[in-house]
Write a protein that binds this ligand. Structure first.
Ligand code: ATP
Ligand code: MG
Length: 767
């Protein structure tokens, strides 16, 4: 090919450049966070196109989110100044859906198959458990769904799994029976679950060599970002796609072709999806698995300041069994990391808000700021304070738009139209809005369908053959006719289909006429969905209903990120992977949260939590804030919290611990209004609004800050004692647990009910 244009190489350091220029069967780029892995991948794709070494259609690039895919496509087009249609840049799931849709007919599926999300899967499993009376202890819908998912990610099918299982164990036997029934139901509904998308593609390629050969011939260059988080099924897919093509499989080939060239980039220190089957060995064994592989390491970090990097290096250095790598930067030390210990989650949230006010008044945009947390439950306090402080924000992955009942209804109408075999969706809308089709009628329809081995939808069409009342039969016929009308027009504009279905089914009318103010909001949501279809059509002028359903089924949390919005982004640490922000807040850096409680007993659990913390730290470009609270409200209880072990792993001189003077806190807590009833009031610092005006206190151990406010350490309390609480009034101590600083009293208050209080700081006195 031609030489790679200099514009594509300038601005790359020597190893990055080498990675872009390297040609050969396999290339592994292992490097720490922010070292330009994703950038190198992008430039590599652009280089292949610019030198005419590859047609766009010969490239398959796999990213972790749809948004990352869109960004990569845009950057490639900017670099080469041309459109790159025909190039597959997508997530594993999207790529597999495309293959499955093209090949569906080949193995007995309809091209319009439905993709079940985790909610659908659980609903189906729940029904199967109930139908079988398999209400065995230990078999929950969530548990069964997780087990099926895990097995599929390990590329098991029911039969191969059965051979490895101990079927004497009644729980395993019951599980197997449920899984078998579950797969039968999926096939009957012409549906795949998320894990099927990958595993079925692998099975398809293995079963049909001539199909596999076509894709092997097509994709000459396969590139995978975030390779450390691939699981067994994804690994197998890559193996399948990179096999050589032989004339035995594709007779019109002039000569055998070698396997595609494979480039993977990753960082084993950022592997955070082991709980979903991701296998770090995919990266550590790469050189053995792909013969002739070249390995390139990148060590210069272009994202973060040295202080942030030093903290990240120190933390991850505590994991064993890893390849030592030292990230460095020439961008200078930068600011110190800011640490803060609040009295409660709200206190911590107030700190976050105050810092954001300060950062933005210094010129930083809201969209350059992100707040991370380990669990979604932590958003409540953050949101309350951000709203009160009038800071615009967006919870990424938290809107759950597609999980709202009215959106699920509307989507079920669309799915039923696209895939008439999908009885799960059909059942959902059968009597929504109410048309007099009750459970007995539905059961009669289902029995008719089962007897004749036809679909529920077919049964509706043949309602005249079932003994039903004339009114109900007419309602069923009307619905079937409406659905059929649109099923017959698969190429119609999805927006038009949705609008027509919603109005002619009476769905929108029913919401409009309802006196319930909630229904007005539901109507707005349905209209929002219509707007989504309109936007989809604008971007895909020929996109049909199946395309639209595919796109909505595959949105991942990070896809919701909108940097144009001028909003602070709130997200979990898992969602933050691959992203970067000028300022980052990691909240809840406490034992039991980070590392999370559930990781404690998992092999490798704490190490994976440490990687998660490392991922969080390395998202920050300039400013990093680590915060925690001394008490944490969870599950309606306020419990004492302990600083995370990870904090001690960061050299003390990198962190500037902020503590606010006592006087201000006490004064402000007097003024506080009791908005959050289940938290002790001394945690409120609502009056604390001017961080700049506060003198910075001397650096001190965070665990000691609490003594400034109140110290009941010496209070001798025993079950049976009567106490008076500043807010909750009088009550009787029921039990004392813990010792010293962590002593907790469980108190039954006369008026306020049962509370757990941290004795040391609770505003209580003995009476
Ligand atoms: P992560 O492991 O977090 O996914 P990464 O290794 O993929 O990180 P990139 O996101 O590609 O890193 O790069 C991090 C930042 O550094 C980006 O803003 C990127 O544009 C910038 N960058 C990378 N290489 C260079 C370079 N040679 N010169 C200037 N900036 C660079
Ligand atoms: Mg990256």
């Amino acid at each position: 090919g031609e030489a790679i244009p200099e514009e594509l190489l300038e601005g790359l350091n020597p190893p990055q450049r080498e990675a872009v220029e390297h040609r050969g069967p396999a290339l592994l780029i292992v490097a720490g966070a922010g070292s330009g892995k994703t950038r190198v991948l992008t430039h590599r794709v652009a280089g292949l196109l610019a030198t005419r070494e590859a047609w766009p259609s010969q490239i398959l690039a796999i990213t972790f989110t749809n948004k990352a895919a869109a960004e990569m496509r845009e950057r490639v087009e900017r670099l080469i100044g041309e459109e790159s249609r025909g190039m597959w840049i997508s997530t594993f799931h999207s790529a597999c859906v495309r293959i499955l849709r093209r090949e569906a007919e080949e193995f007995g599926f309809k091209q319009s198959f439905t993709i079940y999300d985790s909610g659908d899967v659980r609903a189906l499993v729940k029904r199967l458990i109930k139908e079988r009376g398999a209400d065995i202890q230990g078999l929950t819908p969530g548990g069964v769904a997780a087990r099926i998912s895990k097995a599929k990610n390990e590329l098991h099918d029911v039969d191969s799994w059965a051979r490895t299982a101990n079927l004497e164990n009644p729980l395993d036997a019951a599980f197997l029976e449920l899984w078998r029934a579950y797969d039968v139901e999926l096939r009957r509904a012409n549906a795949f679950d998320f894990d099927d998308l990958i595993s079925q593609t692998v099975f398809l390629l293995r079963a049909f060599p001539h199909v596999a050969a076509q894709y092997r011939k097509r994709f000459r260059h396969i590139l995978v970002d975030e390779y450390q988080d691939t699981n067994a099924a994804q690994y197998a897919l890559i193996r399948e796609l990179t096999q050589p093509v032989t004339r035995a499989d594709l007779p019109d080939l002039r000569a055998d072709l070698p396997g595609a060239s494979l480039t993977v980039v990753g960082d084993s220190d950022q592997s955070i999806y082991a709980f979903r089957g991701a296998d770090i060995r995919n990266i550590t064994d790469f050189e053995r698995d792909f013969a002739g592989a070249r390995v390139i390491m990148l060590e210069q970090n272009y994202r973060s300041t040295q202080n942030i990097l030093s903290a990240a290096n120190a933390v991850i250095g505590n994991n064993f069994d890893r390849r030592e790598k030292r990230l460095w930067t020439d961008s200078g030390d930068g600011e110190k990391i800011v640490g803060f210990t609040g009295y409660s989650g709200h206190d911590e949230a107030q700190f976050v808000a105050d810092e954001i006010v300060e950062l933005t008044s210094g010129g930083m945009a809201y969209s350059d700021i992100a707040v991370f947390y380990r669990t979604n439950a932590q958003t409540r306090a953050l949101e309350e304070v951000l709203i009160r402080t009038a800071i615009p924000y967006r919870v990424i992955g938290g809107t759950k738009f597609y999980e709202r009942a009215e959106i699920k209804d509307a989507m079920a109408y669309l799915i039923t139209v696209a895939n008439p075999a999908d009885s799960l969706s059909l059942r959902r809308i059968m009597n929504v809005p109410k048309r007099g089709i009750g459970p007995a009628t539905e059961a009669a329809l289902q029995a008719f369908a089962d007897e004749r081995q036809i679909t529920l939808r077919d049964a509706m069409r043949r309602v005249d053959e079932i003994a039903l009342g004339p009114k109900v039969a007419a309602a069923i016929k009307d619905l079937a006719a409406l659905l059929d009308e649109w099923s017959d027009r698969p190429e119609a504009d999805p927006g038009e289909v949705l609008r027509e279905l919603m109005s002619r089914s009476g769905y929108t009318d029913q919401l409009r006429r309802s006196p319930d103010p909630q229904d007005a909001a539901r109507l707005e949501n349905v209209e929002e969905l219509i707007a989504v279809t309109r936007e989809f059509r604008r971007q895909n002028p020929t996109g049909n209903l199946v395309d639209f359903l595919t796109e909505t089924a595959l949105v991942a949390a990070a896809d919701e990120l909108d940097d144009s919005g001028g909003q602070v982004s709130l997200m979990t640490l898992h969602t933050a992977k691959g992203l970067e922000f000028d300022a980052v807040f990691i909240t809840g850096v406490e034992e039991d949260l980070l590392p999370h409680r559930i990781s404690a007993n998992e092999p490798g659990g704490p190490a994976e939590e440490r990687r998660l913390f490392y991922v969080g730290i390395t998202r920050a470009r300039q400013r990093l804030h680590l915060s925690l609270a001394m008490t944490r409200a969870q599950f309606g209880e306020v419990n004492p919290a302990v600083p995370s072990r990870f904090l001690e792993e960061i050299p003390a001189d990198l962190i500037d611990w902020r503590t606010a003077p006592v006087t201000v806190r006490q004064a402000s807590s007097q003024r506080a209004v009791g908005r959050w009833r289940d938290e002790p009031r001394e945690s409120f610092v609502t009056g604390y609004r001017e961080p700049k005006a506060l003198p910075k206190g001397p650096k001190r151990e965070f665990a000691n800050t609490i003594t400034e406010v109140r110290d009941n350490s010496g209070m001798e309390l025993a079950p049976g004692d009567r106490i008076r609480h500043k807010d909750f009034g009088e009550g009787r101590v029921q039990a004392i647990t813990g010792a010293d600083k962590k002593r907790v009293a469980e108190v039954l208050f006369d008026a306020a009910g049962r509370k757990r209080l941290l004795v040391k700081i609770a505003p209580i006195e003995k009476i």
